[in-house]
Design a protein around this ligand. Structure first.
Ligand code: FEO
Length: 395
């Protein structure tokens, strides 16, 4: 499908409803779009390509608009193969095309695809490319949003920012591409999951990019995934700004692992205490909830309480995995509590304390509760109070 989004400017991307997991890790219940944009002026320019599985559809979209005209340029804002693996087929159709990209992108593209050296036109911060009488594209570096080679492309005439992965989200574009034509509930929910899992580690570079781009007049944002943002861009900007500052919203996420239900009952007691303060309490069983949804919620909300049994004198493996993922992303500023259980020797309290220290999260002695075997009434009270205290700090 193709859609006109501005004068001489078209959406020519594709929807992926087949893939089960993005990057072979992250569940895609709502699919994902690979966005690509075609500018038809004196020069013809494609901005970003698509995943190779969808090349036929992509090239069909382009050809139906270009007819006999050739494609002069393809701007590669970001090399990750969901946006670049289609380039091989694009070059087979348009062999004289110039690839406009950053210097850092060239060895990456060559490593993946081996294009002729002569096809590259390297751009750096502030460079421009004239594509029509009164239209030119300007390029800005946006390193680590989400890879080091990333650039974004700005069309001053139409005030369009082609933002690479920034401001993206999961979710296919069903029947329209503009934010004004879509029910955005799905996309805003998917934005948290996308951000936490893909860009979550790069809060500082995202903040740097937001500051740099803050001076541009922007009416439309064309990301590589999700809707084209116009009227609703301020809401998107607010989400990205908050997440990249690691600021949580009101609410408590309780994440637990449980083998025989005893730790789960502890989680219920914690939840009761938290609900006495706020309705925004989310409970995740790590053996059922997807890791990417858990990460999304922990990124979104201010309070996080982790609970797990001791396992092989270590912590329940799913919990160890979650902790590793949070550590990797350097999530900051969370109100933290923890609980653990064991049958003979507890390993969880020490692990939770070491984790809090690594994350630079405060963990008061009273906010770590341990139970041997099954929970008793006095321990229910301790856990209830734990939930209540963390919730009070998370509103
Ligand atoms: Fe959508 Fe970082 O690629």
């Amino acid at each position: 499908m193709k859609y006109k989004i501005a004068p001489n400017t078209y959406y020519v991307g594709v929807n992926d409803r087949s893939k089960h997991k993005f990057e072979n890790m992250l569940a895609l219940p709502n699919g994902v779009s690979y966005n690509s944009y075609l500018l038809i002026e004196d020069k013809t320019v494609l901005i970003d390509s698509v995943e190779s599985t969808y090349t036929e559809q992509h090239i069909g979209n382009i050809k139906s608009l270009l007819g006999e005209r050739t494609l002069d340029y393809v701007v590669v804002n970001h090399v990750e193969p969901d946006h670049s693996s289609g380039l091989m087929f694009l070059l087979s159709q348009y062999p004289d095309i110039k690839i406009v990209t950053s210097a850092k992108a060239v060895p990456m593209l060559q490593g993946y695809y081996k294009f002729p050296e002569t096809c590259f036109e390297i751009v750096k911060e502030g460079d421009t490319l004239k594509i029509g009488e009164d239209r030119e594209l300007a390029f800005y570096a946006a390193p680590m949003v989400h890879w080091p080679e990333v650039i974004v492309t700005y069309d001053a005439k139409n005030r369009i920012l082609f933002s690479a992965d920034a401001f993206g989200c999961f979710g296919t574009l069903d029947g329209a591409v503009m934010d004004t034509q879509l029910d955005l509930t799905k996309y805003f929910n998917e934005m948290y999951r996308y951000y936490a899992n893909i860009v979550g580690k790069y809060g500082a570079p995202v903040q740097a990019a937001l500051k740099k781009l803050g001076g541009l007049e922007i009416s439309m944002v064309c990301s590589t995934h999700g809707p084209v943002w116009t009227e609703h861009f301020p809401e998107v900007m607010a989400i990205y700004d908050r997440l990249s500052k690691y600021e949580g919203e009101e609410g408590v996420v309780i994440v637990y692992g449980s083998m025989y239900g005893n730790t789960e009952l502890m989680a219920e007691s914690v939840a009761q205490g938290a609900v006495s303060v706020t309705k925004k309490v989310i409970l995740h069983d790590l053996s059922k909830s997807t890791m990417c949804q858990v990460l999304s919620d922990v990124f979104r909300y201010k309070g996080v309480i982790l609970g797990a049994p001791t396992y092989c004198n270590d912590i329940f493996p799913n919990m160890a995995e979650l902790m590793k993922k949070l550590e990797l992303r350097g999530l900051k500023n969370r109100e933290f509590g923890a609980f653990g259980s064991c049958t003979w020797t507890d390993a969880t309290a020490k692990i939770h304390k070491a984790f809090a220290e690594k994350m630079n999260w405060e963990l008061a002695e009273q906010d770590v509760v341990t139970v041997k075997q099954a929970m008793r009434d006095e321990e229910h009270s301790l856990l209830y109070e734990l939930g209540r205290r963390i919730a009070e700090k998370s509103i």
